[in-house]
Each structure stands twice: as structure tokens, then as C-alpha cells.
Design a protein. Structure first.
Length: 298
């Protein structure tokens, strides 16, 4: 067997699948990648750090002239250190994301997506460590330079229910300048310096919750909400390899510890609009963040 031909054939198949910029998650069309991030926690009462390691693998499922389906496997390690023992924890997540896209006529597309996974300290995994999300997006291709849309996602968090309504945009302002992403939770302004180097400035809203050990922590959970700005450079080497480096600042970074509860709190983005349960510990901070990453693109 000619392994070189098999390898090239696989890359060609995946490139054909992803060539229409079908986004597996958050606008990324890379086949796989890994990133490392560091986030400072600094307030009047606490100083600490959050370190993140993320690994993902995108995969195709089905494609024809009107329909496309694919997904992503993702693993995250999140380590909180420097705080008191109740909040200094090693947290993990392993999830699978799938999407289905339908082309309606020439300009319109319907996009459905769902995600499920385990989010905990992984000390004694059970069904209570799992949570899920799903949503939909509808887009319109106005012309060669502009595509817009709108949608909503629902996330079942350990603290309750989270809704994320959004507007999507992909606008090629000039040959070098592009506005893309989801408003208001992840807009990006991308400037292409040359064929190998690009500069991205973005605002990101993040929300997550992690279940702690049932045996050691009585199934408490930690909630992390943040809004931050990030400025990063991406460099493409010859071939398919991409490296990125960014620095940013947390405008809002909240860590909350909760007792195990079944109360149905509701939030929109990272903000509560019906809160039945109060945290037993909370740290609000601002600080610098740093990120480096590698991905294999098609």
C-alpha cells in the first residue's frame, strides 16, 4: 500500500468537505489543534491563576449538494491555582459537538447544532457530571462580501439554564479587513497582513460550570463567567501548519462555588435574570490573559 497516496487522498477528501467554510465550532475549519492559555485572577481579596489546555479534532460525517454534517471532539484541562482549597481545583471536560447544515435555494442556509459532554474534576464520573447544549442559526448570503444571520443556543448548566441569542456576520470590508463572528458573544475583526500573517482582535463571552466529586465534595460545582478582549497574531507556515499567539484582558472574570442544587436559575449570556440560588463563595476579578496555539489546517 502506498501510504503517501492514502495520506494525500484523506487530506483531499477533508479539504473538499470543509472548503465551503463549514464551521464545526466557533468559526474554525482546522482539522485538529491544541492551545495553551494562562489567565490571571486578581482582586482585593485574592490572587491566583487559571491555566487551560485545549485539544480538538474536527471530523466530517456527510456531504452532498444541499446538506452537510460534521462534528468535533474536544478535551479541556482547566487548572485553578493560588486560591483557597475550595476553589483551587483541577477541572476537565470532554465533549462531542455535531452540526447539520441545509442549503435553502442559493442564498439561505439553516444550521442546527448540539453538544454533550462531561464537565467535572473527573474523580468519580457519573451521569450528574454531564451537561448539553443545542441551537440553530439561519444565514443569508447578500453578496460576495456580506453574509448575515441570526440564531440562538440553549445550554443546560449545573446552575440552571443559559440562553445565548446572537447575530452572525461575515463582512469583507476591504480585501484585507474582515468583520466576522457572533454578536455580541464573539465578534472578530481580522486584518490580513500578507498571505502568511494575520491579526485578529476579538471580544469573547465565556460561561461554564464544572461538577466536583460526589464523594469528596458532595457534588458541589464551580461556575466560571468571563468577558475578555483578545488581540492575536496567526502565522501560516508552508503547507497546513498554523501558529498563533495572543494577549488579552479580562473585563469580567467571576468564579463562584455552589452547593449541589436542583434550582432552575436562568441566565442570558453570562448575566442572571432569575437567580434562586446564591453562591457560597465568589471571586470577582480582572486581569491579563495569554494564549498560544497550533493547528493543522486544510
Amino acid at each position: 500500500m502506498n501510504h503517501s497516496r492514502v495520506y494525500k487522498g484523506l487530506l483531499l477528501l477533508l479539504a473538499v468537505f470543509f472548503k465551503g467554510k463549514i464551521y464545526a465550532q466557533e468559526g474554525k475549519t482546522d482539522l485538529f489543534g491544541v492551545s495553551y492559555g494562562s489567565d490571571k485572577i486578581k482582586s482585593d481579596s485574592a490572587k491566583g491563576k487559571i491555566k487551560d489546555i485545549d485539544v480538538f479534532l474536527n471530523f466530517p460525517i456527510y456531504r452532498d449538494e444541499k446538506r452537510t454534517a460534521g462534528g468535533r471532539l474536544q478535551f479541556r484541562s482547566r487548572s485553578i491555582s493560588g486560591l483557597d482549597p475550595e476553589l483551587s481545583k483541577d477541572l476537565y471536560s470532554a465533549d462531542v459537538f455535531v452540526f447539520w447544515q441545509l442549503k435553502i435555494k442559493q442564498k439561505y442556509k439553516l444550521y442546527l447544532f448540539a453538544q454533550v459532554g462531561a464537565y467535572s474534576d473527573f474523580k468519580d464520573i457519573s451521569e450528574e457530571d454531564f451537561r448539553y447544549s443545542f441551537g440553530a442559526r439561519y444565514t443569508i448570503q447578500h453578496n460576495d462580501k456580506l453574509k448575515t444571520g441570526w440564531g440562538i443556543s440553549y445550554n443546560r448548566q449545573f446552575y440552571g439554564h443559559q440562553l445565548n441569542p446572537f447575530i452572525s456576520v461575515d463582512y469583507q470590508i476591504t480585501p484585507k479587513l474582515q468583520l466576522a463572528g457572533l454578536l455580541p458573544i464573539r465578534p472578530k475583526l481580522i486584518y490580513t497582513i500578507n498571505d502568511q500573517l494575520s491579526w485578529t482582535n476579538e471580544i469573547v463571552a465565556g460561561a461554564g460550570s464544572y461538577r466536583l466529586s460526589a464523594n469528596e465534595e458532595s457534588s458541589r460545582f464551580i461556575r466560571i463567567n468571563n468577558w475578555y478582549g483578545m488581540s492575536s497574531l496567526e502565522y501560516k507556515l508552508t503547507g497546513h501548519h498554523k501558529f498563533s499567539m495572543g494577549i488579552g484582558y479580562d473585563f469580567i472574570n467571576n468564579l463562584k462555588l455552589y452547593e449541589n442544587t436542583s434550582d432552575n436559575n436562568w441566565s442570558i449570556f453570562t448575566f442572571d435574570f432569575r437567580r434562586k440560588t446564591e453562591p457560597i463563595r465568589e471571586i470577582k476579578s480582572k486581569g491579563l490573559r495569554f494564549n498560544i496555539g497550533y493547528s493543522f489546517g486544510l
